[in-house]
Design a binder for this molecule. Structure first.
Ligand code: ATP
Ligand code: MG
Length: 407
């Protein structure tokens, strides 16, 4: 008995007109990469589906991965046996392991007409077998569980279990976006929502190290590692922000600090977007969630960017965002304590209706170009890959120690 996995691609991929081959090629490459180190073998390829063979022991990991592989509509574990009833019963026995259900049905599809039993006869024989093993009742409509059996010339296939994939477009088909990643709950979800729409996301995190601890930086790294599971290759720019903050604190009315922090974040992210060839920015803002996310403040912040700023969570409330963060596995990291830049000297009463002229007057006193150049120069860039490889660390702080050659 062999274990096979049938992967069906996201339905929207079929609707891309002339670009359909491009979208399908990208989606298939993404699925193959997700499984590549699990010793799978590609057995079949159709326009909207792939069939792999894998070792039985690799199934649990393959299942976890396919559940988070963008572009996958659904997937099924399929057992392949010789085309006879006894072999199919043995396969059903295996498929029943660890499963409980109150009602089920068997659906037989016989494409080899030489097989001695008709489809209803196969269904009855296998139905009786499952009933005897589990005590569950046969129910043709609305059964909890369906086992699909296909009789082909020379082989029989039993669909043992089927699971939904996440859907979505494969990463990279929509172009590149720079996402601002704080250590909080919202921004990783926002980045993920754009990945789902086929954006290739590049992450940027601003941290207060060395002025404060490096905790937010470590969180950003952990979040990037998690998000790399969805994109397979993900860059994270870690940008020191204390120098910008020091200047803002010295010059700005306290109530305006956070709005100004945000404007500088957008400016630096935009410079990174230019380098990266990205055509948009992304943040985790949700309308009215906190003082910095009133419409007036979002408007004042937005003026600092010339690229479009996408805010996929703008219409989501906190509960919805938290549920999604739990689903994609970022929540546990996001709620760890940290010291992030925006709490640094955050005013007790931040402005909720920032006036652009106050913002511009303050910025006129700041050495904006120098601050941008410094932040870009001092940043570190890390690359995370999935599956199988550890992050490829770019030249970081350690490299400078070696500047004059090894001692
Ligand atoms: P989050 O949960 O994503 O931190 P939040 O509700 O705390 O969001 P704010 O602190 O107002 O909201 O931040 C709004 C958005 O600004 C964030 O979602 C993120 O995209 C960006 N941002 C804030 N702080 C940083 C940071 N230190 N580095 C990168 N981006 C940041
Ligand atoms: Mg935050």
């Amino acid at each position: 008995m062999e274990t096979l996995v049938l992967v069906n691609l996201f339905h929207e991929l079929a609707l891309k007109g002339q670009n359909r081959p491009f979208f399908l090629k990208k989606a298939k490459a993404h699925v193959k990469r997700a499984l590549k180190d699990l010793d799978v073998k590609l057995l079949g390829e159709w326009p909207m589906a792939l069939l792999f063979r894998l070792e039985e022991a690799a199934w649990p990991e393959a299942k976890t991965r396919l559940q988070e592989t963008l572009g996958v509509e659904s997937f099924a574990r399929v057992l392949r046996t010789p085309p006879d009833l006894e072999a199919l019963k043995a396969a059903l026995e295996k498929a029943l392991e660890g499963q409980t259900f109150g009602s089920f049905r068997i659906t037989a599809k016989r494409s080899d007409k030489a097989f001695p039993l008709t489809s209803p006869e196969i269904e009855r024989a296998l139905g009786a077998f499952v009933k005897e093993r589990t005590g569950a009742k046969v129910q043709l409509k609305g059964a909890e569980k369906e086992f699909v059996v296909r009789i082909l010339p020379g082989a029989a296939l039993l669909e043992a279990e089927r699971h939904p994939g996440p859907g979505g477009l494969p990463p990279g088909v929509s172009g590149r976006v720079v996402a601002l990643l704080s250590g909080g709950i919202d921004s990783p979800v926002a980045a993920y929502r754009l990945m789902r729409r086929g954006a290739e996301v590049v992450l940027v995190h601003f941290h207060p190290f060395p002025l404060l601890s490096g905790a937010s930086r470590e969180k950003a790294k952990a979040l990037a590692e998690r998000l790399a599971r969805f994109q397979h290759r993900l860059r994270l720019h870690l940008v020191p922000f204390s120098e910008v903050q020091r200047h803002i604190i010295a010059e700005a009315p306290p109530a305006y600090r956070v709005v100004l922090y945000r404007r500088y974040m957008l400016r630096i992210a935009e410079a990174i977007a230019k380098e990266e060839g990205a055509l948009a920015l992304c943040t985790g803002d949700s309308l009215g969630q906190v003082a910095s996310q009133t419409l007036e403040n979002l408007h004042a912040v937005n003026q600092a960017a010339t690229l479009p700023v996408f805010r996929p969570l703008i219409g989501w409330d906190k509960q919805e965002i938290v549920a999604e963060a739990k689903r994609i596995g970022t929540y546990e990291t996001s709620i760890l304590p940290d010291e992030e830049c925006c709490t640094l000297f955050a005013p007790k009463h931040p402005v909720t209706r920032a006036r652009l002229e106050v913002v511009l007057q303050t910025e006129a006193r700041l050495p904006t170009e120098e601050l941008l150049a410094l932040a870009l120069k001092e940043r570190e860039v890390l690359t995370y890959t999935f599956p199988g490889e550890k992050p490829l660390e770019g030249p970081g702080k350690e490299a400078f120690i070696m500047e004059h050659g090894p001692a």
